[in-house]
Design a protein around this ligand. Structure first.
Ligand SMILES: Cc1ncc(C[n+]2csc(CCOP(=O)(O)OP(=O)(O)O)c2C)c(N)n1
Length: 550
């Protein structure tokens, strides 16, 4: 016999969970104690539950294994929700354990009580409230199974506080361990599907593919397929690290504000191969692409995704790597000389799409910051980004060359960058990790720099300070021709970071940025670089004042 909390910790460890992120609460004392004693799982205490959930999401994005997040009752659950929603939209495996009021008080609106099953239902794959302590290991093992299977995502188990102290029988504990550690063999492509895919691929004259998160581990196969069949490659929204951006078949990113010229190859493609991408609103450019004239092959591990957004000519339920291997194995005799060099050159060249990089700006031009990052950072640096208009410069000018080098929320959640960089740092301690945020997003979760200092996770954060919620200002300029509620005060971000124990510097001119960045990433410490930018320089080559006047 063991206490339920101890048994859950064993189950999580058997399921590959390495880290548990939390703000502690009185409703899960047994879990905190069990994790602190565990040799397999590190307990990480953060400054806000949103930070905990973003860290867990980024950690799991890097490793592919679920991370654990825990929070207390209604209050912690509310703060935690933003990172859980991000895990859902980003298809990231996550286990959420929420402490609930004691079982004898449920339904009386006890202290901080909320119906957690109802609250978390829409943002998780599975939301359940435990009713018996002896079944807790079973619920957690099942949660792990659901989080990892099919299209991965978050699961939530709410536990009335008293149940953690219940006893679990030996057989129940052993069965749960088996469920948690049982290997999950991914579905593979059928030989019939290979034949039909090859028919379509051989017959295509201008094929492109869209790679998504489900193809994250298929890099070598993607390159081989692209080269053998002369397929141009697009990244789905914020999945730019799936295919080397400097490969001559790479065509660009289907993101926010993608210039029209970038989309021509997709618009004109006679065949589009969709690999592990759910075809989100952003990827499809508001559900307008792929074009109705394109034939579609879609490969996904989750049958529910296939054909859900765009009707397909061939739907294949398979792990992407296994599907690509099947197709490659059956087409060894095939080769083609199709070239995408003109499209690729137009993408890779610095001032593509007729962007005028605005050199007469008073502050620092964010495009130049990305240029300096390209010059200084290692090609395999992990770049975590927040939501905001500064990110448009990153997505356009940074070239993702290494696998698992992008931590970017398809949920568009502000506040992601700092905790995501920390989660990335925990998951990949040997990589250089850099977070990018606007001043708005930075001050939502920037206090997590203290968490990085405390756990000695040497990340560097670049915060673009323009004193404005820039993205919203740009939308208002386009649609309302005047601004509302977007001014925010200029804050001494470097001073704030110093108060949290980080090294910091403020940069007012691009000439000083390179040195600051080199020093930061080589310091082995937590660093913030505050970059002062001009609010008028709102997106690559565009001034806010011009949009307001237009
Ligand atoms: C949590 C959250 N709240 C609100 C928004 C809406 N939103 C998107 S971008 C943005 C402004 C971002 O401002 P800042 O971080 O300063 O970056 P900038 O756009 O100025 O580069 C807002 C408010 C959001 N995406 N996420």
């Amino acid at each position: 016999m063991a206490k339920a909390a101890e048994s859950i910790v064993d189950v999580l460890g058997a399921g590959g969970v390495k880290r548990a992120y939390t703000v502690p609460g009185e409703s899960f004392l047994g879990m905190l104690d069990g994790l602190e004693q565990s040799p397999d799982i590190q307990l990480i205490s953060t400054r806000h539950e949103s930070g905990a959930s973003f860290m867990a999401e980024a950690d799991a994005k890097m490793t592919g294994s679920p991370a654990l997040v825990m929070a207390t009752r209604g209050v912690g659950a509310a703060n935690l929700a933003i990172g859980v929603h991000t895990a859902q939209q980003d298809s990231t495996p996550m286990v959420v354990i929420l402490g609930q009021v004691e079982s004898e008080f449920i339904g009386r609106e006890g202290f901080q009580e909320v119906d957690l099953t109802a609250f978390y239902g829409p943002i998780t794959k599975l939301a359940v409230t435990a009713t018996r302590g002896d079944r807790l290991p079973e619920l957690v093992a099942n949660g792990l199974r659901v989080a990892r299977s099919g299209r991965p995502g978050p699961v939530m188990i709410a536990v009335p506080a008293d149940l953690f102290e219940d006893e679990v029988g030996v057989v129940a504990a052993a069965t749960s361990l088996k469920v948690a550690s049982s290997p999950l063999m991914a579905p593979s492509i059928s030989s019939e599907a290979v034949v039909r895919a090859l028919e379509l691929l051989r017959g295509a004259s201008r094929p492109v593919l869209i790679e998504g998160g489900g193809a994250r581990n298929s890099r070598a196969e993607l390159i081989e397929l692209s080269e053998r069949f002369g397929i141009g490659v697009y990244s789905s929204f914020r999945r730019q690290d799936g295919f080397p951006n400097d490969h001559p078949n790479y065509l660009g990113h289907l993101g926010l504000g993608t210039p029209d010229v970038r989309l021509t190859a997709l618009r004109k493609a006679d065949l589009v191969l969709v690999l592990g991408a759910r075809l989100s609103e952003v990827t499809t450019q508001s559900y307008t692409l792929p074009a109705a004239t394109s034939k579609i092959i879609q490969v996904d591990i989750d049958a529910a995704v296939l054909g859900a957004i765009v009707p397909t000519d061939l739907s294949i339920v398979s792990d992407c790597t296994l599907a690509l291997r099947g197709i490659l194995e059956a087409s060894k005799d095939f080769s083609t000389t199709r070239s995408w060099i003109a499209e690729h050159e137009s993408y890779i060249s610095w001032s593509s799409d007729g962007d005028t990089v605005l050199k007469d700006t008073e502050g620092v031009d964010p495009a130049d910051v990305i240029g300096e990052m390209m010059r200084i950072l290692p090609a395999d640096a992990v770049i975590a980004n927040d939501a905001g208009n500064f990110a448009a410069f990153l997505h356009r000018y940074w070239r993702y060359r290494a696998p698992k080098s992008q931590l970017a929320p398809t949920s568009g959640a502000m506040g992601y960058a700092v905790p995501a960089a920390i989660g990335g740092g925990f998951a990949a301690p040997d990589r250089c990790v850099v977070g990018l945020a606007g001043d708005g997003g930075f001050l939502m979760t920037g206090m997590e720099l203290e968490t990085a200092v405390r756990y000695n996770i040497p990340i560097t954060v670049v915060a673009f300070s323009n004193g404005i919620y820039g993205t919203i200002a740009m939308h208002q300029a386009h649609y309302k021709k005047r601004l509302a509620g977007v001014d925010i005060g200029r804050v001494d971000l470097a001073g704030f970071a110093r108060s949290l124990g980080a090294e910091s510097v403020r940069v007012d001119a691009i000439a000083d940025f390179g040195e600051a960045l080199s020093a930061a990433v080589n310091s082995g410490k937590v660093n913030l670089i505050e970059v002062r930018t001009e609010p008028d320089l709102i997106s690559p080559g565009k001034r806010l004042s011009e949009i307001l006047r237009a």
